[in-house]
Design a protein around this ligand. Sequence first.
Ligand code: UDX
Ligand code: UDX
Ligand code: ADP
Length: 489
Amino acid sequence: EAVKIKNICCIGAGYVGGPTCAVIALKCPDITVKVVDLSKERIDQWNSNNLPIFEPGLDDIVKECRGRNLFFSTNIDAAIHEADLVFICVNTPTKSYGLGKSRAPDLKYIESAARRIADISTSNKIVVEKSTVPVKAAESIMEILNSNHKPGVQFQVLSNPEFLAEGTAINDLLNPDRVLIGGEETPEGRNAIESLSNIYSRWVARQKIVATNTWSSELSKLAANAFLAQRISSINSMSAICEATGADVAEVAHAIGLDSRIGPKFLVASVGFGGSCFQKDVLNLVYLSECLNLPQVAAYWNQVIEMNEYQKRRFVDNIVHALFNTVCDKKITIFGFAFKKDTADTRESPSITICKYLIDECAQISIYDPQVDPEQMLHLNTHTHKYTHTGIDIEKYIKIYKSPYEAAKKAHAIVICTEWDEFKTLDYERIYSSMCQPAHIFDGRQLLDHKYLIDIGFRVEAIGKNLSKSHTGKPFSSVEGPKAKRPKW
Ligand code: UDX
Ligand code: UDX
Ligand code: ADP
């Protein structure tokens, strides 16, 4: 029979664990939810008025539940001990060393969490993997638990991947498209699935709660992110064709999105996708395929990443080219450092790559972002990225500004990297008159009103759209010859 859950422990107080548990606590006032983390700093932030993550709607929920049935603590052992159900929400970054380096997920945090659970538990528990993990990770967790548990203690391991997107986490958690729960196909497994379903069913319709076997659940998470990333790489590949032909990628996206088999969402061409999940999960899928001896499948998915890198490279090449083939010592203003709007997260942000390429060209970078912590922008080298350079004194090349107007003063170009709403309503006439002439704007997000900017006097280039005709008066084909080759960096 399905156990009624009264105490939940969540290991890992990050982007996934924090918001997920806040919503569970909100919807289940009779369940005590303890979120624990190794990092005292993180837990202190969760217990303060300044939460460690910026997510619309999160503050109100935490305020309502914290101290009532939602607790944040570093006392991991006590929380595990009391729990009937333990969520594992630790990070699974791409491995930076050894076997599978730069591709395989690093499971050391998951393993150490599993070992802790086995050591501490004196009663039966349902252990739920929420972190995105490779297929068969639940099996490994089960093996670790079963080889280390105290006599008489039984575990069930479930896979319950989280599909929330940053910036909309609370809405995604309150109104999910589906909740996926994978478990063992045994009576005990089914009971465990039922226990967890009974939590979600307090606010999610039963038909949206999908039960599968564990492997399907684990693979579905990787597959969903890979399909989403692939859509962006697909539309970005079209954006390159649009720029070369005069088609407009927004029109193309709208036209194909009307086909109900394709659908309108997630077709916004951009400077490239970022975030902690897409690249990591696609690489993970590539690695998995290689390990399963499926090289064609691996090559297919790897192309999604290649296209994303190409898009960022192409964008910077266009900037350098438009600025008369040199950006050396020129002030270039980056608008937006977060990997998308409404988040302060910069993990794998395309801005980082753009800045690095521009720094390779000896540009002077000034950055404005409405949310990102300046410290985080300066520490580009701590971001994991395959183009990381050593020996560059980043602070010599980058200045951070609190005002977009100050950031743009005396700049040669503005580069839109994040689609923050506030960039749409800035006073561009004022900005224009403070810039070096000719003043350029490179819109990496299809965000601004290009015609308006051209009327002010800006030279505008946008992803997926050829605007040369409008600002030179000449037809596209006669504007210039083949693009000059960029110097090697
Ligand atoms: C993603 C998935 O959406 C989510 O379901 C999963 O749980 C975690 O990974 P997230 O990374 O938070 O969420 O943000 P998402 O909105 O998916 O955007 C990822 C990147 O793609 C961003 O850099 C965004 O700007 C970019 N993007 C998205 C585009 O370039 N074009 C689009 O049409 C959509
Ligand atoms: C296609 C387009 O659907 C249509 O819009 C366009 O105008 C012409 O090309 P068609 O080739 O007639 O139409 O058939 P479609 O139903 O798209 O199927 C094409 C192939 O894909 C078939 O072999 C079909 O069996 C296969 N298919 C389709 C799958 O293998 N899986 C699917 O989920 C869908
Ligand atoms: P995600 O985006 O997947 O939520 P984060 O990096 O935001 O990832 O959060 C993961 C959290 O898990 C971090 O705060 C980290 O300190 C914590 N963590 C990692 N390993 C453990 C562990 N063994 N016990 C407790 N917390 C852990």
